[in-house]
Design a binder for this molecule. Structure first.
Ligand code: FMN
Length: 269
């Protein structure tokens, strides 16, 4: 479980880094989020608030220099818990990558991690390019259908001490900004599977699984969502000057059957 989560977490990081416009000369990536150590200097909560998925791209080549920067970043990136993950830049034509909704992207980034010996899984592929001025009609319809511009309320996602007590945003204290950044994270079909239980100096994260999402061939895509969310949390915690780290120690809080413990953010003592 740990292996799965944290390799996917890295996938989240890369995607996010690429959405930050200045980072790679206005190149943006389809979905979303999160910075790595390197990306952190570009990444902040303002970017998280502004980010949107991009599916309609300009017919404009990505300069080789920019691609080099991306390649360098991908090479340097290491998993949070040392899970090997490999990133590859793909060409839509040569590598036969396509999507019914993505228009105009020739370049894609794929993140691949080893689930078991010789059993490689590629959980995420994201296009890379320059966002078009206008979304395609199909993309607009898709956003509407998924309600991509809205998110669940804070009190439905976050809890105090256990799952019985919803956490009121106004009463969430030091966790307000980090949790709000989790809330704004992107997720596959906007399902927002993250849940969190806050304590005084720890926040426990959980995945509320949507039926049918975890597939043998691709792994559990909602773990990517969780990875992105954790990364948003970490970035906002840093911005709030909260020093802490992620650990995996299940606190044993009773959960619903569809809800799985993922990780805990613990403040430095
Ligand atoms: C892990 C992950 C997988 C996604 N997969 C797809 C996809 O296959 N096709 C697509 O068009 N959008 C995909 N999305 C984008 C989501 O639909 C989008 O994040 C959500 O609707 C919220 O919209 P926003 O990102 O603009 O805030 C994915 C997002 C994530 C985080």
């Amino acid at each position: 479980m740990g292996r799965l989560l944290f390799s996917l977490y890295k996938t989240g990081k890369i995607n996010f880094l690429l959405t930050k416009e200045e980072t790679f000369d206005n190149v943006s990536a389809s979905d979303t989020n999160t910075s790595g150590t390197e990306g952190r200097e570009y990444m902040n909560t303002e970017v998280i608030r502004e980010r949107k998925s991009v599916r309609t791209y300009k017919d404009q080549e990505i300069p080789e220099q920019t691609l080099d920067k991306v390649r360098n970043y991908l090479q340097k990136d290491t998993g949070l818990f040392d899970v090997p993950i490999e990133f590859t830049i793909l060409n839509a034509k040569n590598d036969n990558v396509s999507s019914p909704v993505i228009i105009g992207a020739d370049t894609y980034i794929a993140g691949k991690y080893k689930r078991q010996k010789n059993d490689e899984v590629m959980p995420a592929v994201t296009p890379l390019g320059f966002a078009a001025e206008k979304r395609s009609i199909r993309e607009g319809m898709m956003r509407k259908g998924l309600k991509s511009d809205s998110r669940l309320p804070f009190e439905q996602l976050f809890f105090q001490d256990d799952f019985q007590k919803p956490l009121n945003q106004a009463a969430s204290g030091i966790w307000n900004l980090p949790l709000e950044m989790v809330r704004l994270a992107p997720s596959a079909t906007n399902k927002q599977p993250w849940r969190a239980v806050a304590e005084k100096d720890r926040v426990h994260f959980y995945e509320k699984k949507t039926k049918g999402y975890a597939k043998e061939s691709t792994g559990d895509i909602q773990k990517v969502d969780l990875g992105i969310a954790l990364c948003h949390f970490e970035i906002a915690a840093e911005e709030s000057r909260l020093k802490g780290r992620f650990i995996q120690t299940d606190p044993g809080i009773p959960t619903a059957e569809d809800t799985e413990y993922i990780a805990t953010f613990e403040l430095e003592r």
